[in-house]
Write a protein that binds this ligand. Sequence first.
Ligand SMILES: NC(=O)C1=CN([C@@H]2O[C@H](COP(=O)(O)OP(=O)(O)OC[C@H]3O[C@@H](n4cnc5c(N)ncnc54)[C@H](O)[C@@H]3O)[C@@H](O)[C@H]2O)C=CC1
Ligand SMILES: C[C@@H](CO)CCC[C@@H](C)[C@H]1CC[C@H]2[C@@H]3[C@H](O)CC4=CC(=O)CC[C@]4(C)[C@H]3CC[C@]12C
Length: 365
Amino acid sequence: MADSAQAQKLVYLVTGGCGFLGEHVVRMLLQREPRLGELRVFDLHLGPWLEELKTGPVRVTAIQGDVTQAHEVAAAVAGAHVVIHTAGLVDVFGRASPKTIHEVNVQGTRNVIEACVQTGTRFLVYTSSMEVVGPNTKGHPFYRGNEDTPYEAVHRHPYPCSKALAEWLMGLLVCGGLPLVTCALRPTGIYGEGHQIMRDFYRQGLRLGGRLFRAIPASVEHGRVYVGNVAWMHVLAARELERRAARMGGQVYFCYDGSPYKSYEDFNMEFLGPCGLRLVGTRPLVPYWLLVFLAALNVLLQWLLRPLLLYAPLLNPYTLAMANTTFTVSTDKAQRHFGYEPLFSWEDSRTRTILWVQATGGSAQ
Ligand SMILES: NC(=O)C1=CN([C@@H]2O[C@H](COP(=O)(O)OP(=O)(O)OC[C@H]3O[C@@H](n4cnc5c(N)ncnc54)[C@H](O)[C@@H]3O)[C@@H](O)[C@H]2O)C=CC1
Ligand SMILES: C[C@@H](CO)CCC[C@@H](C)[C@H]1CC[C@H]2[C@@H]3[C@H](O)CC4=CC(=O)CC[C@]4(C)[C@H]3CC[C@]12C
Protein backbone atom coordinates (compact mmCIF):
# COMPACT_ATOMS: atom_id res chain seq x y z
CA MET A 1 0.00 0.00 0.00
CA ALA A 2 1.59 3.19 -1.22
CA ASP A 3 3.29 5.79 0.98
CA SER A 4 0.56 8.34 0.39
CA ALA A 5 -1.91 5.86 1.78
CA GLN A 6 0.08 5.15 4.95
CA ALA A 7 -2.97 5.76 7.06
CA GLN A 8 -5.15 3.55 4.88
CA LYS A 9 -7.13 1.08 6.89
CA LEU A 10 -6.91 -2.50 5.73
CA VAL A 11 -9.50 -5.23 5.35
CA TYR A 12 -8.38 -8.62 6.67
CA LEU A 13 -10.14 -11.93 6.19
CA VAL A 14 -9.46 -14.88 8.49
CA THR A 15 -10.85 -18.20 7.26
CA GLY A 16 -11.47 -20.73 10.03
CA GLY A 17 -11.54 -17.72 12.35
CA CYS A 18 -13.65 -19.53 14.94
CA GLY A 19 -11.32 -22.50 15.32
CA PHE A 20 -8.71 -23.07 18.01
CA LEU A 21 -5.95 -21.20 16.16
CA GLY A 22 -8.31 -18.95 14.18
CA GLU A 23 -9.81 -17.37 17.31
CA HIS A 24 -6.33 -16.49 18.56
CA VAL A 25 -5.44 -15.00 15.17
CA VAL A 26 -8.63 -12.91 15.21
CA ARG A 27 -7.97 -11.61 18.73
CA MET A 28 -4.30 -10.99 17.95
CA LEU A 29 -5.17 -8.95 14.86
CA LEU A 30 -7.51 -6.79 16.91
CA GLN A 31 -4.82 -6.22 19.51
CA ARG A 32 -1.71 -5.90 17.37
CA GLU A 33 -2.58 -4.71 13.86
CA PRO A 34 -2.88 -0.92 13.96
CA ARG A 35 -3.85 -0.67 10.28
CA LEU A 36 -6.86 -2.95 10.71
CA GLY A 37 -10.04 -1.29 9.44
CA GLU A 38 -12.31 -4.29 8.98
CA LEU A 39 -11.92 -7.86 10.12
CA ARG A 40 -13.92 -10.53 8.33
CA VAL A 41 -14.23 -13.80 10.18
CA PHE A 42 -15.22 -16.66 7.87
CA ASP A 43 -16.12 -20.06 9.27
CA LEU A 44 -18.46 -22.97 8.80
CA HIS A 45 -19.52 -22.57 12.43
CA LEU A 46 -19.52 -19.10 13.93
CA GLY A 47 -18.70 -18.77 17.63
CA PRO A 48 -20.96 -16.74 19.96
CA TRP A 49 -17.85 -14.93 21.32
CA LEU A 50 -17.70 -12.96 18.06
CA GLU A 51 -20.60 -10.84 19.24
CA GLU A 52 -18.53 -9.20 21.98
CA LEU A 53 -15.91 -8.16 19.38
CA LYS A 54 -18.48 -6.28 17.34
CA THR A 55 -18.70 -3.49 19.92
CA GLY A 56 -15.04 -2.46 19.50
CA PRO A 57 -13.56 0.24 17.23
CA VAL A 58 -12.74 -2.15 14.37
CA ARG A 59 -15.59 -3.39 12.21
CA VAL A 60 -15.87 -7.14 12.73
CA THR A 61 -17.93 -8.99 10.12
CA ALA A 62 -18.91 -12.58 10.82
CA ILE A 63 -19.43 -14.65 7.67
CA GLN A 64 -20.87 -18.11 7.94
CA GLY A 65 -19.52 -19.98 4.92
CA ASP A 66 -17.85 -23.04 3.53
CA VAL A 67 -14.41 -22.95 1.89
CA THR A 68 -15.42 -25.75 -0.44
CA GLN A 69 -18.00 -23.41 -2.01
CA ALA A 70 -16.05 -21.21 -4.43
CA HIS A 71 -18.78 -18.54 -4.68
CA GLU A 72 -19.00 -18.15 -0.90
CA VAL A 73 -15.23 -17.77 -0.67
CA ALA A 74 -15.12 -15.28 -3.54
CA ALA A 75 -17.83 -13.14 -1.93
CA ALA A 76 -15.95 -13.09 1.39
CA VAL A 77 -12.56 -12.35 -0.19
CA ALA A 78 -13.76 -9.53 -2.47
CA GLY A 79 -12.25 -6.26 -1.28
CA ALA A 80 -9.95 -7.85 1.32
CA HIS A 81 -6.32 -6.65 1.31
CA VAL A 82 -4.98 -9.61 3.25
CA VAL A 83 -6.25 -13.16 3.74
CA ILE A 84 -5.11 -15.48 6.52
CA HIS A 85 -6.29 -18.97 5.61
CA THR A 86 -6.40 -21.15 8.71
CA ALA A 87 -9.60 -23.08 7.90
CA GLY A 88 -8.98 -26.76 7.66
CA LEU A 89 -10.28 -30.14 8.61
CA VAL A 90 -7.91 -31.40 11.30
CA ASP A 91 -8.65 -35.08 11.44
CA VAL A 92 -6.17 -37.85 12.13
CA PHE A 93 -8.74 -39.99 13.94
CA GLY A 94 -10.87 -41.21 11.05
CA ARG A 95 -13.84 -38.99 11.83
CA ALA A 96 -14.16 -37.61 8.31
CA SER A 97 -13.71 -39.41 5.00
CA PRO A 98 -10.49 -38.89 2.99
CA LYS A 99 -12.67 -37.26 0.32
CA THR A 100 -14.04 -34.68 2.75
CA ILE A 101 -10.56 -33.94 4.11
CA HIS A 102 -9.34 -33.40 0.55
CA GLU A 103 -12.30 -31.19 -0.34
CA VAL A 104 -11.84 -28.90 2.65
CA ASN A 105 -8.06 -28.77 2.83
CA VAL A 106 -7.10 -28.90 -0.84
CA GLN A 107 -10.11 -27.71 -2.83
CA GLY A 108 -10.88 -25.18 -0.09
CA THR A 109 -7.36 -23.77 -0.36
CA ARG A 110 -7.58 -23.71 -4.14
CA ASN A 111 -10.84 -21.73 -3.82
CA VAL A 112 -9.15 -19.23 -1.51
CA ILE A 113 -6.21 -18.79 -3.89
CA GLU A 114 -8.47 -18.39 -6.92
CA ALA A 115 -10.70 -15.93 -5.10
CA CYS A 116 -7.64 -13.82 -4.20
CA VAL A 117 -6.45 -13.85 -7.81
CA GLN A 118 -9.90 -13.02 -9.19
CA THR A 119 -10.70 -10.24 -6.76
CA GLY A 120 -7.24 -8.68 -6.61
CA THR A 121 -6.26 -9.56 -3.05
CA ARG A 122 -2.47 -9.37 -2.94
CA PHE A 123 -1.40 -11.04 0.31
CA LEU A 124 -2.21 -14.52 1.53
CA VAL A 125 -0.84 -16.36 4.55
CA TYR A 126 -1.59 -20.07 4.66
CA THR A 127 -1.56 -22.22 7.81
CA SER A 128 0.26 -25.34 6.77
CA SER A 129 1.58 -27.95 9.22
CA MET A 130 4.73 -29.75 10.33
CA GLU A 131 2.98 -32.80 8.89
CA VAL A 132 3.79 -31.59 5.39
CA VAL A 133 7.31 -32.74 6.22
CA GLY A 134 6.75 -35.56 8.69
CA PRO A 135 7.07 -37.76 10.62
CA ASN A 136 7.18 -39.95 7.52
CA THR A 137 5.72 -43.41 7.18
CA LYS A 138 9.16 -44.94 7.81
CA GLY A 139 9.39 -43.42 11.28
CA HIS A 140 12.61 -41.51 10.55
CA PRO A 141 13.42 -38.99 13.28
CA PHE A 142 13.53 -35.30 12.41
CA TYR A 143 15.69 -33.99 15.23
CA ARG A 144 15.65 -30.21 15.69
CA GLY A 145 15.64 -29.69 11.95
CA ASN A 146 14.97 -26.52 9.99
CA GLU A 147 13.22 -25.64 6.73
CA ASP A 148 16.24 -26.83 4.72
CA THR A 149 16.96 -30.05 6.58
CA PRO A 150 16.82 -32.96 4.13
CA TYR A 151 14.07 -35.39 5.07
CA GLU A 152 12.23 -38.00 3.09
CA ALA A 153 8.66 -36.74 3.29
CA VAL A 154 6.40 -39.71 2.56
CA HIS A 155 2.69 -39.37 3.32
CA ARG A 156 -0.14 -41.81 3.15
CA HIS A 157 -2.62 -40.51 5.66
CA PRO A 158 -5.31 -38.20 4.16
CA TYR A 159 -4.58 -35.29 6.54
CA PRO A 160 -0.83 -34.79 5.85
CA CYS A 161 -1.43 -35.60 2.16
CA SER A 162 -4.01 -32.81 2.01
CA LYS A 163 -1.82 -30.29 3.84
CA ALA A 164 1.15 -31.12 1.59
CA LEU A 165 -0.94 -30.69 -1.56
CA ALA A 166 -2.40 -27.41 -0.33
CA GLU A 167 1.05 -26.05 0.49
CA TRP A 168 2.24 -27.13 -2.94
CA LEU A 169 -0.64 -25.17 -4.49
CA MET A 170 0.66 -22.07 -2.69
CA GLY A 171 4.11 -22.65 -4.17
CA LEU A 172 2.68 -22.95 -7.68
CA LEU A 173 1.60 -19.33 -7.53
CA VAL A 174 5.13 -18.08 -7.31
CA CYS A 175 6.14 -20.14 -10.31
CA GLY A 176 3.10 -18.81 -12.16
CA GLY A 177 4.29 -15.23 -11.67
CA LEU A 178 0.94 -14.05 -10.29
CA PRO A 179 0.70 -10.76 -8.40
CA LEU A 180 -0.47 -12.63 -5.31
CA VAL A 181 2.22 -12.86 -2.61
CA THR A 182 1.91 -15.87 -0.31
CA CYS A 183 3.75 -17.68 2.42
CA ALA A 184 3.01 -20.83 4.39
CA LEU A 185 3.49 -21.28 8.13
CA ARG A 186 4.03 -24.77 9.49
CA PRO A 187 3.14 -25.13 13.15
CA THR A 188 4.25 -28.19 15.06
CA GLY A 189 1.71 -29.48 17.61
CA ILE A 190 -0.11 -26.37 18.83
CA TYR A 191 -1.09 -26.08 22.51
CA GLY A 192 -2.71 -23.40 24.63
CA GLU A 193 -6.11 -22.04 25.55
CA GLY A 194 -8.77 -23.89 23.58
CA HIS A 195 -6.74 -27.04 22.86
CA GLN A 196 -9.36 -29.80 22.88
CA ILE A 197 -6.98 -32.76 23.06
CA MET A 198 -5.27 -31.32 26.14
CA ARG A 199 -8.68 -31.06 27.79
CA ASP A 200 -9.51 -34.62 26.77
CA PHE A 201 -6.31 -35.87 28.42
CA TYR A 202 -7.14 -33.87 31.55
CA ARG A 203 -10.63 -35.35 31.78
CA GLN A 204 -9.28 -38.83 31.13
CA GLY A 205 -6.76 -38.32 33.97
CA LEU A 206 -9.53 -37.19 36.32
CA ARG A 207 -11.56 -40.29 35.46
CA LEU A 208 -8.51 -42.45 36.21
CA GLY A 209 -8.16 -41.02 39.71
CA GLY A 210 -5.68 -38.28 38.87
CA ARG A 211 -3.31 -40.49 36.90
CA LEU A 212 -2.17 -40.89 33.33
CA PHE A 213 -0.04 -43.83 32.28
CA ARG A 214 3.12 -43.40 30.28
CA ALA A 215 2.88 -45.02 26.87
CA ILE A 216 5.65 -43.24 24.96
CA PRO A 217 9.38 -43.25 25.91
CA ALA A 218 10.48 -39.95 27.45
CA SER A 219 13.34 -39.80 24.93
CA VAL A 220 11.02 -39.25 21.93
CA GLU A 221 10.85 -35.49 21.29
CA HIS A 222 7.64 -34.02 19.88
CA GLY A 223 7.63 -30.39 18.70
CA ARG A 224 5.08 -28.08 20.32
CA VAL A 225 4.38 -24.40 19.94
CA TYR A 226 2.13 -22.03 21.89
CA VAL A 227 -1.03 -20.90 20.10
CA GLY A 228 -0.45 -17.22 20.97
CA ASN A 229 2.94 -17.33 19.29
CA VAL A 230 1.54 -19.13 16.24
CA ALA A 231 -1.16 -16.43 16.00
CA TRP A 232 1.44 -13.68 16.38
CA MET A 233 3.57 -15.23 13.66
CA HIS A 234 0.56 -15.17 11.31
CA VAL A 235 -0.20 -11.53 12.09
CA LEU A 236 3.41 -10.48 11.63
CA ALA A 237 3.87 -12.49 8.43
CA ALA A 238 0.67 -10.98 7.01
CA ARG A 239 1.89 -7.48 7.87
CA GLU A 240 5.40 -7.96 6.50
CA LEU A 241 4.45 -9.76 3.27
CA GLU A 242 4.00 -6.44 1.51
CA ARG A 243 7.26 -4.81 2.61
CA ARG A 244 9.33 -7.96 2.16
CA ALA A 245 7.50 -9.58 -0.74
CA ALA A 246 10.67 -10.48 -2.62
CA ARG A 247 12.13 -12.29 0.35
CA MET A 248 9.00 -13.87 1.84
CA GLY A 249 6.93 -14.66 -1.27
CA GLY A 250 6.55 -18.41 -1.75
CA GLN A 251 8.48 -19.24 1.42
CA VAL A 252 7.61 -21.74 4.13
CA TYR A 253 8.35 -21.17 7.81
CA PHE A 254 8.16 -23.54 10.74
CA CYS A 255 6.36 -21.99 13.72
CA TYR A 256 8.57 -22.03 16.78
CA ASP A 257 9.04 -20.48 20.20
CA GLY A 258 10.76 -21.23 23.49
CA SER A 259 8.66 -24.28 24.36
CA PRO A 260 10.95 -27.06 25.64
CA TYR A 261 11.75 -30.21 23.69
CA LYS A 262 9.97 -33.09 25.38
CA SER A 263 7.94 -36.17 24.64
CA TYR A 264 4.27 -35.59 23.87
CA GLU A 265 3.22 -36.91 27.28
CA ASP A 266 5.92 -35.17 29.33
CA PHE A 267 5.07 -31.92 27.61
CA ASN A 268 1.38 -32.28 28.45
CA MET A 269 2.36 -32.90 32.07
CA GLU A 270 3.84 -29.38 32.21
CA PHE A 271 0.21 -28.27 32.37
CA LEU A 272 -1.64 -31.28 33.68
CA GLY A 273 0.82 -31.75 36.56
CA PRO A 274 -0.02 -28.38 38.14
CA CYS A 275 -3.69 -29.26 37.61
CA GLY A 276 -3.26 -32.27 39.90
CA LEU A 277 -2.49 -35.13 37.51
CA ARG A 278 0.43 -37.52 37.75
CA LEU A 279 2.15 -39.43 34.93
CA VAL A 280 2.76 -42.92 36.19
CA GLY A 281 5.96 -44.66 35.09
CA THR A 282 9.40 -43.49 34.08
CA ARG A 283 9.23 -45.95 31.19
CA PRO A 284 6.22 -46.97 29.08
CA LEU A 285 3.99 -49.20 31.17
CA VAL A 286 2.48 -50.93 28.17
CA PRO A 287 4.82 -52.78 25.78
CA TYR A 288 5.01 -51.17 22.38
CA TRP A 289 3.74 -54.28 20.57
CA LEU A 290 0.56 -54.10 22.68
CA LEU A 291 0.02 -50.45 21.74
CA VAL A 292 0.45 -51.40 18.08
CA PHE A 293 -2.08 -54.17 18.57
CA LEU A 294 -4.58 -51.87 20.35
CA ALA A 295 -4.15 -49.23 17.67
CA ALA A 296 -4.89 -51.80 14.95
CA LEU A 297 -7.84 -53.09 16.95
CA ASN A 298 -9.24 -49.57 17.11
CA VAL A 299 -9.09 -49.36 13.32
CA LEU A 300 -10.99 -52.62 13.03
CA LEU A 301 -13.59 -51.51 15.59
CA GLN A 302 -13.98 -48.18 13.81
CA TRP A 303 -14.69 -50.00 10.57
CA LEU A 304 -17.06 -52.55 12.14
CA LEU A 305 -19.02 -49.95 14.10
CA ARG A 306 -19.22 -47.36 11.34
CA PRO A 307 -22.76 -48.34 10.24
CA LEU A 308 -23.94 -47.85 13.85
CA LEU A 309 -21.80 -45.09 15.37
CA LEU A 310 -18.63 -43.11 14.93
CA TYR A 311 -15.89 -44.72 16.99
CA ALA A 312 -12.82 -42.45 16.77
CA PRO A 313 -10.45 -42.94 19.73
CA LEU A 314 -7.19 -41.00 20.07
CA LEU A 315 -5.10 -44.13 19.57
CA ASN A 316 -4.69 -45.48 16.04
CA PRO A 317 -1.62 -46.56 14.06
CA TYR A 318 -1.12 -43.06 12.69
CA THR A 319 -1.37 -41.16 15.99
CA LEU A 320 0.81 -43.77 17.66
CA ALA A 321 3.47 -43.27 15.00
CA MET A 322 3.16 -39.48 15.40
CA ALA A 323 3.62 -39.59 19.15
CA ASN A 324 6.36 -42.21 18.96
CA THR A 325 8.61 -40.56 16.35
CA THR A 326 10.95 -37.72 17.18
CA PHE A 327 10.00 -34.58 15.27
CA THR A 328 11.28 -31.24 16.53
CA VAL A 329 12.35 -28.04 14.84
CA SER A 330 15.13 -25.59 15.56
CA THR A 331 15.21 -22.63 13.23
CA ASP A 332 15.42 -18.84 13.07
CA LYS A 333 14.16 -18.43 9.51
CA ALA A 334 11.08 -16.41 10.51
CA GLN A 335 13.28 -14.13 12.59
CA ARG A 336 15.69 -13.57 9.70
CA HIS A 337 13.00 -13.09 7.05
CA PHE A 338 10.43 -10.99 8.87
CA GLY A 339 11.71 -10.21 12.33
CA TYR A 340 9.59 -12.73 14.24
CA GLU A 341 10.28 -13.11 17.94
CA PRO A 342 7.89 -15.08 20.14
CA LEU A 343 5.48 -12.74 21.91
CA PHE A 344 4.97 -15.11 24.84
CA SER A 345 7.81 -16.63 26.84
CA TRP A 346 7.63 -20.29 27.76
CA GLU A 347 6.68 -19.28 31.34
CA ASP A 348 3.79 -17.13 30.07
CA SER A 349 2.62 -19.78 27.65
CA ARG A 350 2.71 -22.39 30.39
CA THR A 351 0.88 -20.24 32.93
CA ARG A 352 -1.83 -19.24 30.47
CA THR A 353 -2.40 -22.85 29.44
CA ILE A 354 -2.52 -24.09 33.05
CA LEU A 355 -5.06 -21.40 33.97
CA TRP A 356 -7.19 -22.38 31.01
CA VAL A 357 -7.09 -26.11 31.85
CA GLN A 358 -7.98 -25.31 35.45
CA ALA A 359 -10.83 -23.02 34.44
CA THR A 360 -12.46 -25.16 31.77
CA GLY A 361 -10.94 -28.64 31.95
CA GLY A 362 -13.43 -30.13 34.36
CA SER A 363 -16.45 -28.26 33.01
CA ALA A 364 -18.62 -29.10 30.03
CA GLN A 365 -17.54 -25.92 28.12
N1 LIG B 1 -3.91 -28.08 15.97
C1 LIG B 1 -2.65 -28.28 15.60
O1 LIG B 1 -1.83 -28.80 16.38
C2 LIG B 1 -2.20 -27.85 14.24
C3 LIG B 1 -3.05 -27.28 13.31
N2 LIG B 1 -2.58 -26.90 12.08
C4 LIG B 1 -3.44 -26.24 11.09
O2 LIG B 1 -3.97 -25.07 11.68
C5 LIG B 1 -5.25 -24.78 11.13
C6 LIG B 1 -6.23 -24.57 12.27
O3 LIG B 1 -6.29 -25.75 13.04
P1 LIG B 1 -7.03 -25.82 14.44
O4 LIG B 1 -7.34 -24.46 14.89
O5 LIG B 1 -6.27 -26.72 15.31
O6 LIG B 1 -8.35 -26.58 14.01
P2 LIG B 1 -9.86 -26.26 14.36
O7 LIG B 1 -10.65 -27.44 13.92
O8 LIG B 1 -10.00 -25.82 15.76
O9 LIG B 1 -10.16 -25.01 13.43
C7 LIG B 1 -10.44 -25.14 12.07
C8 LIG B 1 -11.57 -24.19 11.74
O10 LIG B 1 -11.86 -24.33 10.36
C9 LIG B 1 -13.25 -24.37 10.21
N3 LIG B 1 -13.62 -25.13 9.03
C10 LIG B 1 -13.52 -26.46 8.83
N4 LIG B 1 -14.02 -26.78 7.65
C11 LIG B 1 -14.43 -25.63 7.08
C12 LIG B 1 -15.05 -25.33 5.86
N5 LIG B 1 -15.37 -26.28 4.97
N6 LIG B 1 -15.32 -24.03 5.58
C13 LIG B 1 -15.03 -23.06 6.47
N7 LIG B 1 -14.47 -23.30 7.65
C14 LIG B 1 -14.18 -24.57 7.95
C15 LIG B 1 -13.77 -25.08 11.45
O11 LIG B 1 -15.14 -24.79 11.67
C16 LIG B 1 -12.86 -24.53 12.51
O12 LIG B 1 -13.40 -23.40 13.12
C17 LIG B 1 -5.60 -25.96 10.22
O13 LIG B 1 -5.39 -25.58 8.89
C18 LIG B 1 -4.63 -27.05 10.63
O14 LIG B 1 -4.34 -27.90 9.55
C19 LIG B 1 -1.26 -27.05 11.75
C20 LIG B 1 -0.41 -27.61 12.62
C21 LIG B 1 -0.78 -28.06 13.93
C1 LIG C 1 -0.35 -42.80 21.93
C2 LIG C 1 -1.04 -41.88 22.91
C3 LIG C 1 -0.49 -42.17 24.29
O1 LIG C 1 -0.77 -41.24 25.28
C4 LIG C 1 -0.86 -40.43 22.56
C5 LIG C 1 -1.61 -40.04 21.31
C6 LIG C 1 -1.36 -38.60 21.06
C7 LIG C 1 -1.89 -38.14 19.70
C8 LIG C 1 -3.40 -38.01 19.79
C9 LIG C 1 -1.19 -36.83 19.32
C10 LIG C 1 0.33 -37.07 19.21
C11 LIG C 1 0.84 -36.10 18.18
C12 LIG C 1 -0.34 -35.23 17.82
C13 LIG C 1 -0.34 -34.52 16.47
C14 LIG C 1 0.88 -33.64 16.31
O2 LIG C 1 1.03 -32.74 17.39
C15 LIG C 1 0.92 -32.88 15.01
C16 LIG C 1 -0.36 -32.42 14.49
C17 LIG C 1 -0.31 -31.49 13.50
C18 LIG C 1 -1.45 -31.02 12.84
O3 LIG C 1 -1.37 -30.35 11.83
C19 LIG C 1 -2.79 -31.37 13.39
C20 LIG C 1 -2.76 -32.01 14.75
C21 LIG C 1 -1.66 -33.05 14.88
C22 LIG C 1 -1.96 -34.13 13.85
C23 LIG C 1 -1.61 -33.64 16.31
C24 LIG C 1 -2.88 -34.51 16.58
C25 LIG C 1 -2.79 -35.32 17.88
C26 LIG C 1 -1.53 -36.19 17.96
C27 LIG C 1 -1.58 -37.26 16.87
